[in-house]
Each structure stands twice: as C-alpha cells, then as structure tokens.
Design a protein around this ligand. Structure first.
Ligand SMILES: Cc1cc2nc3c(=O)[nH]c(=O)nc-3n(C[C@H](O)[C@H](O)[C@H](O)COP(=O)(O)OP(=O)(O)OC[C@H]3O[C@@H](n4cnc5c(N)ncnc54)[C@H](O)[C@@H]3O)c2cc1C
Length: 364
C-alpha cells in the first residue's frame, strides 16, 4: 500500500486546484473515476467570471480569485448584462444594491441604454438592466491544465479510472481502495462534485445534503459580428453568451437529478429559444450542439469546505454550484489552509469570508 499525506477524490476543477495547493508541502494522490479528468461538470461550464454572481461567500471568493486568474492570462473581457423585462426593474435594482460593494463598477441602465450597449435586444423588451463591465470569460481548459501540470511538477500523482468504492480508518490512516488497489493517507479531500455525499457515505460520514441540479446549454448560429455583453435574464429564464461568431445559450434550468452523466433537456431548449427570440433579434431556429452538466449546491448555495465533525481526516471540498471555475483559486487556497489547520487566508477573510460560512457543520 503506497502512503501519501493527502488523497484527493475527484479530478474536476475542485480536485486539481486543491491538490495543487496542497502539493506545495504534502505528498498528494488524486483519484478520478473517469478515464479523463474534467469529464463531468468542469468540462461543461459556460466559462464566465462574474463578481456579481452568487451569495456573499461566493462573491468574496470570486473577487479574491481575480488576480491569480489575471496572472495566468486565462481571462478575456466579456461584459455581462442582467436584464429585467416588464415589471422586473425592482429586481434589477435589488441585484445592484446587493452586489455594488464588492463589484463597484456595476452600472444600472434603463431599457434604451441597455439596447445601446447590446444591440441584439429587441426594442422595448427590457425595463432595466445591470451592466457588469469587468466580467470575463475564463479559459477553463488552460486553468485546469495549469493546476494539473503544477500538481505533477510538485510531485503529486494522478490516477484515472479509479472510482473510490471503499475506505476504512486504521490507526489514524485512511485506507482507500479503487480499481483493485489501496492507498493510505491521514487526510482525504472529498472533491467529488455531484457525488460528494455518496463519497462521504463510503467514509462513514453523514451527508451534508448536497443537491445536483441539471443545467442545459446549447450552441446556435448568430448574425455576423455578434459580440458581448452576455445577456442574462434577472429571473434566470435564460442567458445568451456571444462566442466566436455563435451564441452559447442556456435555459438556466435547475432540475434536481441524481449524480450521473447529465443530458440536455430538449423541452427546456425549446422554452429557452422562445424567450430568447422574444427578447432578442437573434431569431434562433437551429441548434448546432447541446449538452448539460450538474451544478451541485448546499441548501444555502455556499461551498462546503472543512473537516467533517465525525470522521477524522475527512475533508469536504464540495458544493461549488454554478461558480466552481471562477472561485477556484481562492477556494483552493482557503481549503488548503484549513487542511493545514490554518485560518482563512487574510486577503479572502478581508473580503468577508469566514470559515464558519463554508463549514460542513453549518448544514446540519
Ligand atoms: C451549464 C453550466 C454552466 C456553468 N457555468 C459556469 C460559469 O460560467 N462559471 C463558473 O465558475 N462555473 C460554472 N459552472 C459550474 C462549474 O462548472 C462547477 O462549479 C465546477 O465545474 C465544479 O467542479 P468540481 O470539480 O466540483 O466537479 P466535477 O467537475 O464534476 O468533478 C468531480 C469529479 O469527481 C469524480 N468522482 C466522483 N465520484 C468519484 C469517486 N467515487 N471516485 C473517484 N472520482 C470520483 C467525477 O468523475 C468528477 O470528475 C457551470 C456549470 C454548468 C453545468
């Protein structure tokens, strides 16, 4: 049985990022059940960086991630426009009030201003809008590869086709078995995305009540020259992201599902096309490709990060929801600090994040 300091379960963005951070001073083994890493949610995202998105913990972690993402050169500007249709101006103003402290460059617009900023909008379709000029697109593949390469360079090991199926605690060491092999480590990091509650059960830990919600996305043709900002309905009815001469669209669906290989929902796609054609001049007729992924949330939609209160050495790193790419750098640094028994990094704490706000015990 090969021994490590930390075994990380899951090779999506969560697993590779915390694995990289911990490999700075620990021997790390990362186990992934699929043949390739990033096969599930990480490979299926809309790749946006939005400092206005999510609750206070998520926004703090996102803001704290910007400088690292900029240093890697994986961001490209793509402003974001939240739109409120008839009667939804108050919802846009409420969003502005909630996010303007951490994202001070956001601007409230009326319908006419919104149409000037994004000419794809149908005349008169929007009552009010919120522009986030500093939103960005993330090169998800480059970020995942950065962490994976760095993990290996720091001496970490990665095993694919290794679904963790059993574990037992012996003299303070977890014996973790997958694919007919067993490895040991005193600390196990549960970065299994939609499967995190199932993985906890393997270690005898109580679930924290994660819910996987399917989200569908599709690519449609767009008129020549189409460009940002991304348009997102403030009530989450749809979003449209201009992307290299096409548009990535989503019904912003949130359908509860058991963990698995999520499939696009055709009815949701049809519903989204109807609204998108009402609100924009895109006239979507044909879907080029479609997919879906599982966004996995705790009840309060903040990540679940910290040691389990019943199983020694079992560390939760889950519940990244719809934000697991944009907040990965700060969440990985925070998670690694908590694994080492340190406090939340000072720059992240200064933005208002406490260990209690993300602790697994808060969910019980
Ligand atoms: C349509 C869509 C759009 C999105 N848009 C954005 C966006 O714009 N910006 C953003 O920041 N986020 C976005 N997200 C969310 C983001 O993609 C996720 O938060 C993030 O990818 C979660 O990463 P993860 O590593 O936790 O999960 P995953 O990528 O799912 O990784 C978990 C891994 O654990 C493995 N695993 C599970 N069980 C076991 C086991 N027993 N043994 C070994 N391995 C196991 C799985 O195979 C999987 O590879 C979006 C998601 C979707 C679906």
């Amino acid at each position: 049985m090969a021994g490590f300091d930390v075994i990380v379960i899951g090779g999506g963005m969560a697993g590779v990022s915390i694995g990289y951070e911990l490999a700075a001073d620990r021997r790390v083994l990362l186990l992934e059940m699929e043949q390739t890493l990033a096969f599930h949610t990480t490979g299926r995202s809309a790749a946006m960086f939005l400092e206005s998105y999510g609750g206070p913990a998520v926004r703090a972690l996102t803001v704290a991630s910007r400088s690292f993402l900029e240093s890697l050169d994986v961001l490209a500007p793509l402003p974001m426009l939240y739109i409120g249709r008839a009667g939804r101006g108050p919802a846009v103003r409420a969003l502005h009030d909630a996010v303007c402290t951490l994202a001070p460059t956001v601007q409230l617009l009326d319908g006419a201003q919104a149409e000037r900023v994004q000419p794809l909008l149908q005349h008169g379709a929007v009552e009010a809008a919120l522009l986030e000029p500093d939103a960005e697109e993330i090169d998800v593949h480059a970020l995942h590869q950065h962490y994976l390469r760095g993990l290996r360079e720091r001496g970490g090991s990665v095993r694919t086709t290794a679904a963790v199926e059993s574990a037992r605690l012996r003299s303070g060491e977890w014996q973790v078995s997958a694919a007919d092999e067993t490895w040991t480590a005193p600390v196990v990091v549960n970065a299994a995305g939609a499967w995190a509650d199932d993985v906890a059960a393997v270690f005898g830990a109580r679930p924290v009540g994660l819910q996987a919600l399917r989200r569908t996305a599709f690519i449609a043709d767009a008129p020549p020259g189409v460009s940002g900002p991304l348009i997102a309905d403030v009530d989450d009815a749809f979003y449209v992201k201009p992307e290299r001469g096409r548009v990535l669209c989503s019904p912003a669906d949130e359908t509860p599902q058991p963990p698995g290989d999520a499939r696009a929902d055709e009815l949701e796609i049809a519903r989204a096309i109807e609204v998108i054609n009402e609100v924009t001049t895109l006239d979507v007729q044909h879907v080029r490709s479609r997919w879906a992924g599982l966004r996995t949330f705790a009840a309060d939609r903040s990540p679940v990060v910290g040691f389990d209160d019943t199983q020694p050495g079992f560390f939760w790193f889950a519940g990244q929801g719809g934000y697991g790419i944009q907040l990965a750098p700060a969440l990985a640094r925070t998670g690694a600090a908590l694994v080492r028994g340190e406090s939340v990094p000072s720059d992240v704490a200064a933005l208002g994040l406490s260990a209690a706000a993300i602790a697994p015990t808060r969910t019980r």
